[in-house]
Write a protein that binds this ligand. Structure first.
Ligand code: PGA
Length: 244
């Protein structure tokens, strides 16, 4: 069983100055935690400072997205080699906010995943159904489609650098968490399609982390809102250490 992975997705929060303050506090709050890998995903403008302040702490820095090309005429985009040069070791890809608000598709997400892996970085690729899809009984079909698209983008040699996060869209930022049974059911399905480490995301908090992380196919969590405060993020990492 690999170590638990807890990743904090900061979304569009924290300036570079706020990042320095946060990471300086986070370091001592998380040492030492056995059996837990910890990742933070700051906005692009904070990556450099996060890498600098967290150097040597064991806490890894990921971006929140990356383009598939190494360089090119793609105004507003950032490539994986640009991230690697900063000391960033991976990226989220296909977060539901990218899919819903910025029109990213299974196809464009697959290209991004391939580009990031190709640059030697790690990927946390997100999947998850909307509320309407769940209510229409389409959860399984949606997850199959999304996971197959990811699988098709990953070369066998790169699989060890891929993690999938199951984030039901109706649970993100809503305070409505999937029940541990709902999470486990989705994770077991995803694992049957592609056997890689699986994170649960969607309103994970210190209070519900232990139960979610104790499910057999839940290998960690992707945390949004609760990753923005040192105390709540550290409490979730502690819960993961207990579950590891
Ligand atoms: P949340 O976000 O924890 O605030 O629900 C999770 C995510 O979007 O990754």
């Amino acid at each position: 069983m690999p170590a638990m992975l807890i990743a904090g997705n900061w979304k569009m929060y924290k300036t570079a100055a706020e990042t320095i303050e946060f990471c300086t506090e986070l370091r001592p709050a998380l040492e030492p935690l056995d059996g837990v890998e910890i990742v933070v995903c700051p906005p692009y403008t904070s990556l450099d400072e996060a890498v600098r302040v967290l150097a040597g702490s064991g806490i890894d820095v990921f971006a929140q997205s990356a383009h598939w090309a190494k360089e090119g005429a793609f105004t507003g985009e950032i490539s994986a080699p640009m991230l690697a040069e900063l000391g960033v070791v991976g990226s989220l890809v296909a977060h539901s906010e990218r899919r819903q608000l910025f029109a990213e598709t299974d196809e464009s997400s697959a290209r991004r995943i391939a580009g990031v892996l190709d640059a030697g970085l790690r990927v946390i690729a997100c999947v998850g159904e909307t509320e309407e899809e769940r209510e229409a009984g389409e959860t399984e079909a949606v997850l199959r489609r999304q996971v197959e698209a990811i699988r098709g983008a990953v070369e066998d040699d790169d699989v060890h650098r891929l993690t999938i996060a199951y984030e039901p869209v109706w649970a993100i930022g809503t305070g409505r968490t999937a029940t541990p049974e709902q999470a486990e059911e989705a994770h077991a399905l995803i694992r049957s399609l592609f056997d890689v480490p699986l994170l649960y995301g969607g309103s994970v908090k210190a209070e519900n982390a232990a139960e979610l992380l104790s499910q057999p196919d839940v290998d960690g969590a992707l945390v949004g809102g609760a990753s923005l405060e040192v105390e709540s993020f550290a409490a979730i990492c502690e819960a993961a250490a207990q579950a590891a």
